[in-house]
Ligand binder design. Structure first.
Ligand SMILES: C[S@@+](CC[C@H](N)C(=O)[O-])C[C@H]1O[C@@H](n2cnc3c(N)ncnc32)[C@H](O)[C@@H]1O
Length: 210
């Protein structure tokens, strides 16, 4: 069966990736070619591959600090690989338990020549990271009330959780009050990124580990 047409690259992509745009193009092409067959993205996502997936992830790049960032449940490499392309000054650890997805991530990291990226086959709750992370990202892994207890223990005091969320983020935030308190999170907030750029916005839950 033929897959739907892949979204043409939006003009904003070159602006967001700067001199790393060629790597982003290669990743988009690889994901479009292999993603559906490997079960990394549904074929119906191809017509919105850039806007919904790649740019949605890239909008978070300015929130990262130079340091160690873990991406929990990286799957196709969203946002981990996209962020590693956009921020070569950051050390990334892509944390993913599923073997086939880990294989894809390792291959893609090699193909793109992303030197400062490690791939760790583990569930977040079993990952042993030393030293602790400065920041952790996650996208489409689970609701905040479940995601916070498995990710906050990986982050150093003063480090941050940055979760890319959908329209349900306010509801999830309200239900995660206890988890936020138990994990000693402070300054928890919801950010909306990308509105001024005329693209689909990205909702981000951000909080600091006390
Ligand atoms: C729906 S996919 C999303 C993948 C990617 N983040 C994205 O936005 O396309 C969820 C991913 O989280 C991974 N995952 C689920 N539970 C996890 C856990 N406890 N620790 C780490 N990864 C987990 C799954 O294996 C899967 O690859």
């Amino acid at each position: 069966m033929d897959h739907p047409t892949v979204e043409p690259e939006p003009a904003l992509a070159a602006e967001l990736f700067g001199d790393r745009i060629e790597l982003a193009r290669r990743y988009a092409a690889d994901l479009a070619k292999r993603g559906p067959e490997l079960g990394l993205i549904g074929p119906l996502e191809l017509p919105r591959l850039w806007t919904r997936h790649i740019l949605n992830s890239a909008l978070v790049a300015p929130l990262l600090r130079p340091g160690r960032v873990g991406d929990v449940g990286s799957g196709a490499g969203l946002p981990g690989i996209v962020l590693a392309i956009a921020r070569p000054d950051v050390h990334f650890i892509l944390i993913e338990p599923m073997e086939r997805r880990v294989e894809w991530l390792l291959q893609e990291v090699g193909r793109l020549g992303l030197d400062d990226v490690e791939v760790l086959r583990a569930r977040a709750e079993e990952a042993k990271l030393s030293p602790f992370l400065d920041q952790v990202t996650a996208r489409a892994v689970s609701a905040l009330s479940k995601l916070i207890p498995i990710t906050a223990p990986l982050v150093r005091s003063g480090g941050e959780l940055l979760f890319l969320k959908g329209a349900s983020v306010e509801r999830e935030f309200a239900s995660a009050e206890k988890a936020i308190r138990k994990a000693h999170l402070v300054d928890a907030e919801i950010l909306t990124l990308g509105e001024e750029l005329g693209t689909e916005s990205t909702r981000v839950f951000r909080a600091t580990v006390d």
